[in-house]
Design a protein around this ligand. Structure first.
Ligand code: FES
Length: 152
């Protein structure tokens, strides 16, 4: 059986561009601050290959990988494996997991955590699906793991 490597598409989000405020959305906590979601349209679900990923580039921060599984569920994780930083967007998606392309750790897409016996988690990002479109939270895109990357 041949397993094709999933294709990876790119989306670039300039920092602070196109802030869209939606009211009545749940709040999120980022670095101790309570904030409302600010949903940013990323792409259509159909733009993400089934069992593949799309990469959202961020200014001064690690990319975010947006995955689509065979049931059209969409997940977003920092594109950095918790083991040694492998690009998860280039891994193999199966069920609700992605197998890292470097050393084959299995990462749970809903949580970003490695499946046992491996340990460690990568950052997960909130995802909203509406009318066939994928939205990520702009606050999270601007804040989560930015400090870590800047310090590196
Ligand atoms: S870097 Fe992902 S399994 Fe090693």
């Amino acid at each position: 059986m041949t397993i094709e490597k999933p294709s990876v598409l790119k989306t670039v989000i300039p920092a602070q561009a196109g802030i869209q405020r939606l009211s009545l959305m749940p709040e999120i906590e980022i670095q101790g601050l309570i904030m409302k979601h600010q949903w940013k349209p990323i792409c259509a679900i159909a733009d993400i290959p089934v069992l593949g990923a799309r990469v959202v580039n961020r200014a001064n921060a690690t990319d975010v990988a947006v995955f689509r599984n065979s049931e059209d569920k969409v997940f977003a994780l920092l594109d950095k494996c918790p083991h040694k930083g492998g690009p998860l967007s280039q891994g193999i998606v199966f069920g609700e997991r992605v197998a890292c392309p470097l050393h084959n750790w299995n990462i749970e897409l809903p949580t970003g955590c490695a499946a046992t016996p491996d340990e460690g988690c990568t950052q997960r990002f909130s995802v909203k699906i509406e009318d066939g479109k994928v939205f990520l939270d702009l606050n999270e895109l601007n804040e989560l793991n930015v400090a870590e990357v800047r310090a590196a």
